[in-house]
Ligand binder design. Structure first.
Ligand code: AVI
Length: 340
């Protein structure tokens, strides 16, 4: 194992232990809210909704991987093509020693950046942050096999726990791809950028991949695929919830519905009850009646105007450096620099 102190700040290094070769975990984790409380809080809200992260149990992660391959789901391959074409330009514009990726699922895309880092600078650190240990192990094995010049440190943690421990003196490119930002609601968006910007040092950059506002005829099929994978992905969250809070959601008594809300510039993904049903929560000794045709908002996927987003991010001290897009202008990769 090579020197790791360069990655963590001196005052955070002792918070981590190595759980697996080259994979770090926090000795103690203090999440802002545990998953069960989050579920109960949002299911009693008006209207009822869920935080998107509950979608990613093992089955949900597997289904999302399959969604990325769907012909209707243009996001993954469009972003991949931009990275393939522009990785050299991005890395040249961001003189860094390390690349910290939020999420470990996009190894294929990040490879373009790491390959350019090796070509231009001969070496570097790669630190993906993810709550999925299998994802980090896959990423480590891929790195070992294909990018031996890169020093790998997987961080098994939530994004904010991971990026908050990176040494601000180490020039770092934070990478947040796949338009995952689109799954954040307005308050999560502000919390995320406030925390990330605070964690960034004066030599740091952020590469952000976002899906753009476009015609509903392109957007809606991407979230209502003919194979029914998106429906399975969205409804699977109720299996995870049953497991987490001892509830009795019955997937047979619900259907998936999605639409593009043009006013809010977001795809909305709902579970709709097909009959009145009593939903009981054994762990919390409570219940509610889910009326026929009532909806639970399971996920939103916001679509962005890149110019407006760049303007907005200035208020988090993140200033635009590069804007890469595809020929159809469906997806954008924004490179931003933290202002000291
Ligand atoms: C992870 N995220 C960017 C996906 C999206 O497009 O919003 C999640 C997804 N939900 C249904 N299909 C894809």
């Amino acid at each position: 194992m090579k020197e790791d102190r360069a990655l963590f700040s001196a005052d955070h290094r002792q918070l981590w232990r190595m759980a697996e070769p080259a994979i770090w975990t926090l000795k103690e984790s203090h999440p802002e809210e545990d998953p069960a409380t989050s579920i109960m809080r949002t299911l009693w809200d008006q209207p009822r909704w869920l935080e998107a992260y509950h979608l990613y149990d093992d089955r949900g992660s597997e289904l999302f991987e399959q969604i990325c391959e769907l012909p209707e789901y243009y996001l993954t391959r469009t972003e991949q093509a931009i990275l393939e074409r522009d990785a050299a330009k991005i890395i040249a514009a961001a003189p860094v020693n390390s690349i910290v990726e939020l999420g470990a699922g996009s190894a294929k895309k990040t490879t373009h950046l790491l390959t350019e880092q090796i070509r231009l600078r001969g070496a570097g650190i790669f630190a993906p942050i993810d709550v999925s240990l299998p994802g980090l192990i896959l990423s480590r094995e891929f790195n070992r096999a294909h990018l031996p010049q890169i020093e790998f440190h997987g961080l098994h943690a939530r994004y904010e726990e991971g990026f908050g421990s990176i040494d601000k003196g180490l020039p770092t490119l934070f990478v947040f791809l796949g338009s995952t930002l689109g799954n954040f609601n307005a308050s999560s968006f502000v919390r995320f950028f406030s925390q990330l910007s605070e964690a960034m040092g004066p030599k740091d950059f952020l590469l952000l991949g976002v899906d753009r506002v476009k015609d509903r005829d392109i957007l809606e099929p991407a979230y209502a695929d003919s194979q029914g994978l998106t429906a399975e992905f969205i409804l699977n969250v109720f299996d995870n919830i049953n497991h987490l809070v001892g509830s009795n959601f019955d997937l047979v008594k619900m259907r998936y519905y999605s639409t593009y809300n043009a006013d809010w510039q977001q795809i909305e993904m709902y579970a709709v009850s097909t009959e009145a049903q009593d939903i009981r929560f054994a762990s919390f000794n409570t219940s509610f009646c889910w009326e026929k045709n009532d909806q639970i908002l399971v996920e939103i996927s916001r679509k962005f105007d890149p110019e407006r987003l760049q303007q907005q991010l200035r208020f988090f001290d993140l200033h635009p450096v590069l804007h890469c897009t595809d020929p159809k202008e469906w997806f954008s990769l924004l490179l931003l620099k933290k202002l000291a």
